[in-house]
Design a protein around this ligand. Structure first.
Ligand code: XLS
Ligand code: NI
Ligand code: NI
Length: 437
């Protein structure tokens, strides 16, 4: 096992619910069966490179705080290589099977695009060897089309065609790299694909250009034989005032309009859902009933703050219904649960990386078991089924079968205008859920 950067951290053991050790699992047991699959197969955990390896702890008001063993290495490429080794040490010690990255998380930009691509190739070669020797896998790759100043006005929605071309070159390379590492998905999060103000924006052209861009990606993937799942990740705002892929429904509309629906599924993030004014469950449910549930960015936003705080998920209750939806959808694969989550700025010591992931992994493991028992019991399912019973025969069945129009319904209503409703019993149902915690 790799043991270069965190020598004091052992491979995280399972000690069970009575353990008081922050560096031990209380609930997560990869091989434990929950229904017909193991926890590991259900949850498909992934470490997010940008937060866990590249993140600094800096925020808009303060500088970096994170103490990381590789920061003493000053040469950028040597530091990048050290971070990649540290990534695999973290994956092994946490028993996390997957990781995800943006191109620029893993290797630094050079002075030219050619040099940048060479830097990337060097680190990708190293990642390939580490994948081969550890058996870890790439859940998804993506391109960072938002950090560099060239993307100040967007990438595939930039007003500047040279920027559009550069973004295309970058995504082309990122898809190649993802393909070469056996990546199971490829994500598009349009950080700056939106606008700051409509006063200087041609929204129609920008959206058409984004549609064209994604078609080029689909065509190129086909050309090189990349069969991983393409995912689009909605977020309503930040850093833009409005991001075009604002929520699952907006993505569905966009994908349908530009004829991209057959090629894309959705990567849903809790913090983005709540920024859009939705629950995580709402977004996953919407994706599920439209057949586009792809993958999850598993984090937790602060309900009182209006930005993407990307916290490690530790709120058990909030994790239950998202997993209930995943179970109803029949699972996430080839997607997974990617910890797009960073430690709080005050949690800056190296072992916080492990403490934070263990806390979140245990939260989801426990939530999975609760969601599974709840679904198996059918207590909620039966109630909901019964609530809509009026659509199973009589006039309801005729509505569902499309056999009646307004005239027939009027004739029916004239004969049945003394209506009785039944209670929705929300409080009773919430109390039922509490029995499963
Ligand atoms: C930012 C996004 C980003 C994507 C990948 O808010 O969550 O991290 O997941 O580009
Ligand atoms: Ni994300
Ligand atoms: Ni995010």
């Amino acid at each position: 096992m790799l043991n270069e950067f965190f020598p004091e951290i052992p491979k995280i053991p399972y000690e069970g619910p009575d353990s008081r050790n922050p560096l031990a699992f209380k609930y997560y047991q990869p091989k434990k069966k929950v229904g017909d699959k193991t926890m590991e197969e259900h949850l498909r955990f992934s470490v997010a490179y940008w937060h866990t390896l590249t993140g600094t702890g800096g925020d808009p008001f303060g500088v970096a705080t994170n103490l990381r063993p590789w920061l003493s290495i000053t040469d950028p490429m040597a530091q990048a290589a050290a971070r990649m080794r540290a990534c695999f040490e973290i994956l092994e010690k946490l028993d996390v099977p997957f990781f995800c990255f943006h191109d620029r998380d893993i290797a630094p930009e050079g002075a030219t695009l050619r040099e940048t691509n060479r830097n990337l190739d060097t680190i990708v070669e190293q990642a390939r060897e580490l994948i081969a020797s550890t058996g870890k896998k790439l859940l998804w790759g993506t391109a960072c089309l938002f950090a560099h100043p060239r993307y100040v006005h967007g990438a595939a929605t930039s007003c500047n065609a040279d920027v559009y071309a550069y973004a295309a070159a970058q995504v082309k390379k990122a898809i190649e790299v993802t393909h070469s590492l056996g990546g199971q998905n490829y994500v598009f999060w349009g950080g700056r694909e939106g606008y700051d103000s409509l006063i200087n924006t041609d929204m129609g052209l920008e959206l058409d250009n984004l549609g064209r861009f994604l078609h080029m990606a689909v065509d190129y993937a086909k050309e090189i034989g990349f069969t991983g799942q393409f995912l689009i990740e909605p977020k309503p705002m930040e850093p833009t005032a409005h991001q075009y892929d604002s929520d699952v429904e907006a993505c569905l509309n966009f994908l349908r309009k530009y004829d991209l629906l057959p090629h894309f599924k959705i990567n849903i993030e809790q913090n983005h859902a709540i920024l859009a004014g939705h629950t995580y469950q709402h977004e996953i449910y919407t994706a599920r009933i439209n057949g586009v549930l792809g993958s999850l960015d598993a984090n937790e936003g602060a309900f009182l703050l209006g930005w993407d705080t990307d916290q490690m998920a530790t709120n058990l209750y909030e994790a239950i219904f998202p997993l209930y939806e995943v179970l109803k959808a029949g699972g996430l694969a080839p997607g997974g649960l990617n910890f797009d989550a960073k430690l709080r700025r005050g949690s800056f010591e190296p072992d916080d990386i492990f403490i934070g992931h263990v806390a979140a992994m245990d939260t989801y493991a426990r939530a999975l078991e609760v969601a599974h028992r709840l679904l198996e019991s059918r207590e909620l399912e039966d109630f909901v089924q019964d609530r809509y019973a009026s659509y199973r025969d009589g006039i309801g069945a005729k509505i569902v079968r499309g056999e009646v129009g307004f005239k027939e319904l009027e004739a029916y209503a004239l004969e049945h205008d003394q209506i009785t409703n039944r209670s929705g019993r929300r409080e009773m149902l919430e109390a039922i859920v509490n029995r499963y915690l």
